[in-house]
Design a binder for this molecule. Sequence first.
Ligand code: PLP
Length: 472
Amino acid sequence: MQIEEFRKHAHELVDWMADYLANSEKYPVKSQVEPNEILNQLPDSAPKAPEDFAEIFADFQNIIIPGMTHWQSPNYFAYFTANASPPSILGEMLTSTLAAQCMVWQTSPAAAELEEQVMNWLKEMCGLPQEWSGVIQDTASTATLCSILTAREKISDYKINVEGITSNKYRIYCSSETHSSIDKAVKIAGLGSENIVKIEVDENLALIPKKLKAAIETDIKNGYTPLCVIATIGTTSTTAVDPVRAIGEICQKYALWYHVDAAYSGSAMVLEEMRWMIDGLELADTYVFNPHKWMFTNFDCSAYFVKDEGALIQTFEILPEYLKTNEKSKVNNYRDWGIQLGRRFRALKLWFVIRSYGVKGIQEKIRKHIDLAIELEEKINQHEKFELLMKRTVTLLCFRYKPDDSISDENLNELNQLLLENLNKTGQIFLTHTKVNGRFMLRLVISQTYVEKRHVDAAWDLIQKTASLIKS
Ligand SMILES: *Cc1c(COP(=O)(O)O)cnc(C)c1O
């Protein structure tokens, strides 16, 4: 493709992109295709001859788009959002144009220094400990793996990197509600999934510190070596909040590594009134949250903060001759701050987002989402045929349809599963579910970039209407 052709197509695409964003609510939110429907439309082999871009783009519209679930639709209420925004998209366009590989400072000084400063901004914006250092990881899963690997190296005086795990049985503690990425990280770190100790939770699904302390004591008595604790601010199932300070005090007492996972809810820390959730965070060693979930920044962009940047670097640093540079002590070579060598220039989109909205704009948007959730929470509470099942902490509502009190939990589960299927089949909204103590519940998350009150109101109307049409 010649540059002038590129220019022409790029303009066409930008027009398509703007139209898409303006009309995203008109698409069925959850893709309505059957399995293999897209695959069957794709040729078995790659084209031998060059194809016209017009043809490629037509296929994108006709084949690909119907197979997309529209995460940027304001009617998207499923999982957690992966929200983007116009300034973030513009940042990504430039990142992909520059297509720089930002592994060390000299491979793009601006990428390294912008990342350093934007992480400092986030730290200040979110009221995180000011002495900590930040680095962008691809996902929270990766950040958590980095944290667990650093814990493993620090406790072994960096010997496991060299010798492998020899004798100790290291133990990792988290609540039964923690994200599956913790299990994955423990497996990858070679610590053994049997050594994850899942601690009991209270009625709000928050970890019970007393139970944690007891588990640690028992393990010590049995000859295990307690290694680290992971707390969650905003669990994936119900956005439960673990007591960060109380857990931190236990970590201090037993000299344990302490990681806090705030993947979704962390963005709400831009609001001072939400910072009760991170009370005691200074007791932690590491913290992660995802601007790619709820801070209007395209996936992927995960903000990872560490108290001891030296421990992180000592865990990951590898220095073959061809990667040695003269600036090492003065600048950050982010290759040494995580798993991958090659890194995308992710700070650019975040910089565009923060500057374009301003801290105030981000605060207003997040506060609006929380207010919309509070408003719907009240409506669900007041409705005699619906019940809210979990305490709301930010913008997630967990509820079920309960047309009358005599129906068993088992039948309510079936009823609500059917309700969910019927809702998602309409294509008008997209919700997901969770199950707590055997009870099936709908999850409705309000944090899409473009969501307005009218979308939430329409979703609630549709939920009531769809429920009333189900025969129980
Ligand atoms: C979404 C989520 C994760 C995983 O995030 P990725 O960035 O997709 O790895 C981890 N922890 C919690 C609590 C989450 O909600």
